[in-house]
Design a binder for this molecule. Structure first.
Ligand SMILES: Cc1cc2nc3c(=O)[nH]c(=O)nc-3n(C[C@H](O)[C@H](O)[C@H](O)COP(=O)(O)OP(=O)(O)OC[C@H]3O[C@@H](n4cnc5c(N)ncnc54)[C@H](O)[C@@H]3O)c2cc1C
Length: 442
């Protein structure tokens, strides 16, 4: 049996970051795919580069900036966000709540009045209990009805009454009354509100250049690819792999979907952990890599599509954000749709994607499309179920008592971004070092 001080599950950005930050220590990474990078990988076809839908790096933390700047072979460009919303046949600026200019007057009126009523006429309401209540209380009825509710119903595949709202204050900008009024009267072209007004992106190779650089800095022999655990015995601290091999470990860093990890562990609390796993739900993302003979008619980087009549929830243009993502004079795009379980009809999704692009006026004819390839992200958006806070507390207690560190969007079962994945990996490496020293080496 192999043994290691720290076993890392998954070689996406958070697993790679954990490995990188464990430099000098003994560890082993087990990855089910044949290459590292997870969701942050890029593919190239006929001179077009595609990520696994838009992966734009927003760096807010100084440690992330330092790490990104130090990565050999990666030059970064800084891009000012041009994100938009397409609704009522009109392209407006994102975020919708402070940019209603251009919408039909009736819609603007509903948004303004709703915002004012929520702000000044609602008395002292109790704290919101779900995402729907958060939207109504923070943004008002009009903005909720014309954007927040339909968009998020599409994205999360369930009605916003069905999911929790603890993440909203961090990720959803609530404008001032002045911003809402100004945004109804003027078109700023694009907007810098919110947590991601500019982003960084590798000058070459797509976002895949980021994990590739981290991987190059880690010893290759510490990685096992095409390998996955089928059971993790927490009493013996041994992971059994699908190949039949066993790996003994001191600390465990997991970046694989938490739901999967909980189903793999065998310990005194297995029943409670498995029951929590059964309550956890996630939306899958189907997307198309699309290549066009020309640039789109609008310079926006990406467009949110709230209306139910369109199947996709977002369309974005890699080459509008960063021209080298497509050959000169052409363009590369992603079109996204979420669902639970398998996608019912791939051809219908492609047809709906073409219809959206034409309805938006981005292209004149289907002949502008060079190719459109279907892809799937099985784990896309965590749906925060009702028992989420209690379940997550129980899982956190179990992790603390069991020498397990969770990292990454799926490992921690949260909504988070690439920067969080890198920082999580950093913290998980520190935690693993502590756990191993507390438990004594193997
Ligand atoms: C549609 C979409 C768009 C996004 N856009 C952005 C964006 O613009 N900006 C941004 O910052 N973030 C974005 N994100 C979030 C970003 O992708 C994640 O935060 C980040 O990639 C998470 O990295 P990770 O390593 O934690 O997870 P992953 O990338 O999922 O890596 C997990 C790894 O574990 C492996 N694995 C899974 N199960 C097993 C198993 N049983 N055994 C062994 N290995 C296993 C997987 O193969 C994978 O390599 C987006 C996410 C989605 C879904």
């Amino acid at each position: 049996m192999k043994t290691t001080r720290t076993l890392i599950l998954g070689a996406g950005l958070s697993g790679l970051s954990a490995a990188f930050h464990l430099a000098g220590d003994e560890y082993l990474v087990v990855e089910k795919n044949s290459a590292p990078g997870g969701l942050c990988t890029s593919e190239e076809k006929q001179g077009f580069v595609f990520d696994r839908t838009g992966h734009w790096l927003h760096m807010r933390d100084e440690r992330m900036r330092r790490l990104a700047a130090s990565l050999p072979g990666v030059d970064w460009v800084t891009i000012e966000r041009r994100s938009h919303v397409f609704s009522h046949g009109t392209v407006t600026c994102y975020p919708f709540q402070s940019h209603t200019f251009g919408l039909p007057p009736r819609v603007i009126r509903e948004c303004l009045l709703g915002f004012i009523r929520a702000r000044y006429e609602s008395g002292r309401p109790r704290p919101p209990e779900n995402f729907y209540e958060w939207c109504m209380a923070s943004l008002g009825e009009g903005i909720s009805r014309h954007f927040m509710i339909p968009y998020n119903s599409k994205l999360y595949t369930v009605h916003p009454r069905e999911f929790a709202c603890h993440w909203c204050d961090t990720y959803i900008p609530v404008p001032t009354i002045e911003q809402v009024v100004d945004g109804a009267l003027t078109d700023p072209g694009h907007d810098s509100a919110g947590y991601n007004a500019t982003f960084s992106y590798p000058a070459r190779g797509g976002i895949g250049a980021l994990p590739a650089a981290l991987f190059r800095l880690c010893p290759r022999e510490r990685f096992m690819f095409d390998a996955r655990p089928v059971a993790i015995d927490m009493r013996r601290r041994v992971a059994r792999l699908a190949s039949g091999d066993e790996i003994g470990f001191g600390a465990l860093v997991s970046t694989i979907p938490l739901r999967d990890l909980l189903r793999l562990v065998r310990c005194g609390e297995s029943d409670r952990l498995h029951a929590a796993a059964d309550r956890m739900k996630i939306a899958s993302v189907s997307y198309c890599n699309a290549a066009f003979t020309a640039p789109p008619a609008h310079p926006g980087h990406w467009f949110y599509i709230p209306e139910e009549r369109f199947m996709p929830y977002r369309v974005g243009f890699y080459s509008s954000a960063h021209a080298p993502m497509a050959p000169p004079g052409r363009s590369a795009a992603y079109i996204e749709h979420t669902h639970q379980g398998a996608l019912a009809d791939e051809a219908a999704f492609k047809r709906a994607s073409v219809e959206l692009l034409l309805t938006m006026g981005l292209f004149k004819s289907p002949d502008d499309i060079l190719f459109m390839d279907y892809r799937l992200i099985e784990n896309g958006y965590v749906i925060f179920h009702r028992e989420y806070p209690d379940d997550m507390k129980m899982v956190a207690d179990w992790c603390r008592d069991s020498g397990v560190a969770l990292a990454g969007r799926y490992g921690r079962w949260v909504y988070s971004a690439m920067e969080d994945a890198v920082l999580d990996g950093m913290r998980a490496a520190e935690a693993a070092r502590e756990m191993v020293s507390l438990r004594g080496s193997l």
